[in-house]
Design a protein around this ligand. Structure first.
Ligand SMILES: [Zn+2]
Length: 206
């Protein structure tokens, strides 16, 4: 792609780093921004900069938060003895949308995936085990997507928690194997949390 302007080329190159955005789409987006009022682009740039430099993670659940403790963890209405283990914030948002879960979350920050070079130590697993050791948690619900990586991660954590007297369960699978949680419809996802099954049962036949 030949550019008449180095400034334009730089902007297109930066935007095209985003997932799913090729050079052509990047060019279209950048030209769009140039046609909009200058203020709009400056606000976009500022919000991204603020997000990047000021983002915080809840010290209890690792969810993205503006404060030390996220709204869910600091709410008095949530049951802290019930912890739902999810991959990332999109899963928290999907489950919150169902309105069916009154516990708290633990955000792992990914799934174990040797192919992508992601091992247990790259995820927030140690902090989960530490929390369980404190003795307040009664049940852990695994709500990772039902992919090979999700299953591997569940099993790894399940093994880490062996010997602690807590219940482990997994969300019932109205959700087809390979579906990502965030795409599951709210009714199905809500029901699958209510109808969760003991984790051991999910291992049988697999
Ligand atoms: Zn939190």
């Amino acid at each position: 792609m030949e550019f008449s302007s180095k400034l334009l080329e730089n902007a297109v190159n930066e935007v095209s780093q985003l997932p799913g955005i090729g050079k052509r789409t990047a060019l279209r987006l950048v030209l769009h921004l140039l046609r909009q009022p200058e203020q709009q682009t400056l606000e976009l740039a500022e919000s991204l900069q603020m997000l990047r430099t000021q983002v915080r993670y809840c010290k209890n659940c690792n969810n993205i938060s503006d404060r030390e403790l996220c709204e869910i963890c600091s709410s008095t209405k949530r049951d802290r003895t019930l912890v739902c283990v999810v991959e990332d914030i999109r899963d928290v948002m999907a489950i919150e949308n169902t309105g069916q879960f009154k516990g708290v979350y633990h955000v792992l920050g990914g799934k174990i995936s040797p192919m992508d070079g992601v091992g247990p130590s790259d995820l927030n697993i140690v902090s989960l085990v530490e929390k369980v050791k404190l003795g307040e948690i009664k049940e852990i619900i695994f709500a990772l997507s039902s992919t090979m990586e999700g299953d591997t991660t569940n099993f790894y954590i399940f093994k880490q928690l062996e010997g602690h007297s807590i219940k482990t369960s997994t969300i019932a699978r109205g959700i087809a194997v390979g579906d990502e949680l965030e795409y599951a419809d709210e009714v199905t996802l809500g029901r699958s949390i209510l109808n969760r099954i003991p984790f051991e049962n999910s291992l049988k036949g697999s």
